[in-house]
Design a protein around this ligand. Structure first.
Ligand SMILES: NC(=O)C1=CN([C@@H]2O[C@H](COP(=O)(O)OP(=O)(O)OC[C@H]3O[C@@H](n4cnc5c(N)ncnc54)[C@H](O)[C@@H]3O)[C@@H](O)[C@H]2O)C=CC1
Ligand SMILES: O=C([O-])CC(=O)C(=O)O
Length: 228
């Protein structure tokens, strides 16, 4: 059903939208809906079609700020890799906290790998489901607020030294198959996003990044099979 909805939305954009419009897909499955939209709106450049993983990014910042008892605005550079689903990989290996003695790595300050590699990841992965369970409705204000964050940073740029997570069309960076909409760390400037390059990826992260890519490949195949 989503495939036909996003095919129709794409056709409407193709017919009526400015070719330089920016598209943020929120509705789930967000990454694959964005991929279908990109496919059926060929006049809109693929770099103008994105999906929302900023809510997951903000949740990860929130978990770290609570754990360390610091302001959420002092935490930065967490990464959400992959799908906006429970296979996403929230990664704090490159995240830092502003302290009175300068910026410190989150891993060093938390100093609890079992929590970072376990409960932290599952809490962020399952936050959407936990909210639905509690409210019988999905996240509303936090989702809307993160959509504003996504668009604001895309249009106005990310602060120097800060990256954010966005679901964007993969160019094969970090060994992620090209042709998926995958959440990467990005910086934005002049209305364009750019995938942050050259971050070291350890074996634990590699496995988690591959698992969420695998799920996206399967979703893509399923979506395309609905088009036949
Ligand atoms: N990417 C993210 O971080 C998040 C994604 N979501 C997703 O956003 C979507 C919306 O969530 P809610 O607003 O809570 O759901 P909702 O059920 O309150 O609203 C969905 C709306 O879509 C409309 N709709 C249904 N079929 C349509 C069609 N063919 N064309 C146009 N409109 C149609 C319905 O009338 C309804 O108003 C869901 O898919 C949800 O899973 C929600 C929160 C966060
Ligand atoms: O599944 C949903 O509708 C909720 C969701 O995406 C989220 O809160 O991250």
């Amino acid at each position: 059903k989503n495939v036909s909805i996003y095919k129709a939305q794409a056709s409407a954009l193709e017919a009526h939208a400015a070719p330089n419009c920016k598209v943020l897909v929120v509705a789930n499955p967000a990454n694959t809906n964005a991929l279908i939209l990109k496919e059926f709106a060929p006049s809109i450049p693929e770099r103008n079609v994105t999906c929302l993983t900023r809510l997951d990014h903000n949740r990860a910042l929130g978990q770290i700020s609570e754990r360390l008892n610091v302001q959420v605005s002092d935490v930065k550079n967490v990464i959400i890799w992959g799908n906006h689903s429970s296979t996403q990989y929230p990664d704090v290996n490159h995240a830092t906290v502003k302290t009175s003695s300068g910026e410190k790595p989150v891993c060093e300050l938390v100093a609890d790998d079992a929590w970072l590699n376990g409960e932290f990841i599952t809490t962020v992965q399952q936050r959407g489901a936990a909210i639905i369970k509690a409210r019988k409705l999905s996240s509303a204000l936090s989702a809307a607020s993160s959509a504003c964050d996504h668009i604001r940073d895309w249009v106005l740029g990310t602060p120097e030294g800060t990256f954010v997570s966005m679901g964007v069309y993969s160019d094969g960076s970090y060994g992620v198959p090209a042709g998926l909409i995958y959440s990467f760390p990005v910086t934005c400037s002049g209305g364009e996003w750019k995938i942050v390059q050259g971050l070291p990826i350890d074996e634990f992260s590699r496995k988690k990044m591959d698992a969420t890519a695998q799920e996206l490949s399967e979703e893509k195949a399923l979506a395309y099979s609905c088009l036949e």
